[in-house]
Design a protein around this ligand. Sequence first.
Ligand code: C2O
Length: 584
Amino acid sequence: MAISLSNFLLPISLFLSAVGAATVTYDFDVSWVHANPDGLQTRPVMGINGKWPIPPIVATKGDRIIVNVKNSLGNESTSLHFHGLYQNGTTHMDGPVMVTQCPIPVGSSFTYNFTVDQPGTYWYHSHNKGQYPDGLRGPLIIHDPDSPHKDLYDEEIVLTFSDWYHGLMSDLLAGFVSIANPSGAEPVPESSLVNETRDLPISIEPGKTYLFRMINMGAFAAQYVWFEGHTMRIVEVDGIYTEPTDAEMIYMTAAQRYSVLITAKNSTDANFAFVGSMDQDLFDVVPDGLNPNVTGWLVYDSTKDNPAPKEIEAFEPFDDFDLVPQDKEELYEHVDQTVELNMKMDNLNDGANYAFFNDVTYVRPKVPTLYTVLSTGSNATNPVIYGSNTNQILLKANEVVEIVLNNDDPGKHPFHLHGHAFQVVSRSEEEAGAYDVSAAADLPSTPMRRDTVLVRPNGNIVLRFKADNPGIWLFHCHIEWHVASGLIATMIESPLDIQRQLAGNIPTDHWDNCRAANVPTEGNAAGNTVDLLDLTGEFKSPGELPVGFEARGIVALVFSCVAAFLGMGVIGWYGMAPVKAKTG
Ligand code: C2O
C-alpha cells in the first residue's frame, strides 16, 4: 500500500521535535527606550530590540539556548543571568559580572550558550550594577514534554509580578549606599506591576484548567498573591515539581516562582479579580498615597464589569516550608561541611550602611573569580587568593553542604543560591535568634527544594545541597539594594574540576569583553600573578567605625567638618540635590 509522503513525514517531524534537542537562538540588542507602565510617569527603561517589556525566553527541556547580546545602552555596561538554571558545565555562562565574566562594555557583544536539562519557571535579568529594576528582566520558561502535571491543564499563562520605581537605579543606588542614608533605608517602590503593566485582563474559558506560571521579578518587595473565588493548586516552585497542594494565598519573595493550577468556573456569570500586594513590612516608611496593590481579572465575559477587588482582613499566606517535592528526594542526613553565615547591617567609616556575612561586606575582586580559578593552577584550592571581601567558601566535589544562616537584622530577606536548588531543612519563626542544633526540631524527611527562600526577621534558615556542580556560584540576598550593600557570598565549588572542564575552553568573546572593559583576567583577587598570596591593591570595603561611634554620630561629625570648611550651602547640595539622570 502506498503511503503518501505528506502523511509519512508529519509524524516523523513531530517525533523529532519531541525527542530531538533543538537550538533556540535570541538576538538581543539592549538599549534605552521609554515606558510608562504604571500610568504615573514615563521614564527610561532598558529594552531589547527597541521594545519594553522585554521578550520571554522559551525553550524545551534538553534544548540549547543561545543568546547573542549587544550592549547598545550607550552609558552602562551590562550582562544577563539566567536565574535558577544550574549551568552544569557552563558556569562561565551564568552571568554575574566580576564573578563569572567581565561586564559587557558599551558597544560590545557577548554570546551566552548553554543547554537546559531542567524544566520549569525561571527568569533572566541583568546581573550588573543593580540594573534589573530598570526593566532588564523577563520570564524564562522551560517546557517539559514529560511533566507529571501535563494532563492536568489545558493552557498556560505567565504572570510576572514586580515592584516599580520612577527613578533610575544608578541614581537611587548612589543615594542608597551613602553617608546621606546612614540607616540604610531602602527606596520604596512607587507601584506594583503585573506583566509590567496594571489592570490586566486575562480571558478565561469556562471549565478549562490553566497553569499560571508566576514570577516575582521585583527588586525589593515580596508580593502576596490571591485569586478571588478560585483556589490555587501549587505544582512547582522555582523549577521543582511539588505534590499538588492547595493554597488560597501565596507569598512570593523577590525572585521566587510558583506554578499553580486554577480551574475555571463552569459559568460566565461574573469576572473575578486577582491581586498582587506588596509586603509593606519591608518598607521603613510607607509613603502617603502608595498603592501597594496591582490588580488583574479572570475575564469570563468581556461584556461584564471587572469588579474592584474586595478588602481582605489579614494576610494569611500558605507556608512554602510545607511543600513536598514530587520526586520525594530525601533529606541529606549526613552533612560534610557546615557553613555558618551570620548576617547583619551596620555602618562603616564612610558613614554609609552596609550588609555583612560574618562581619565581611562583599566587594568585587579586581579579577572575576572564575578567572582566578582558571589562572592559578593548584593554588585555586587556597581560599586566600580570592581576597578579603568576597566571602569565599570553598566546596569539595560531591560533599553535602549545609548553610546555616542567622539573620541578625529585623528585616525579611530572600536568599538565593546560583547553580543549585537547595533543600530547606529548617526555617524559624521571626525573633528565634540563631539556629541551635541541639534545640532543633525534627527535620522534614522530604524537604521542600527551591533556589530562593525567605529568612524571617531575626530568625534563621538551614539549607542543604550536594556540591555536584563545579562552578562559581553566588549566594546572596535577592533584594537588589542588599546586593549593592554587599550581602553576597561566593561559593567556589570544586575549583580543580572547573579547571578540567573549562581551562582553554572559554570563548574568545569573553576575553575580548575583558580587554574592552579593561579588566585583568589572571591572578588573585588583586590581579597579582606572581605572588598569589599577596593581595596588595585589592578592592576593599571602607574600614570599621571607631569603637563607640554610632552611625548618626559619625554623620553629624562629617557634616560639621564639611560645614566648617565649606559653609552650609554645600551641605544642602550634598544631602539633597537630586542626581541628574544619566540616560541618553
Ligand atoms: Cu536572580 Cu544572583 O540572581
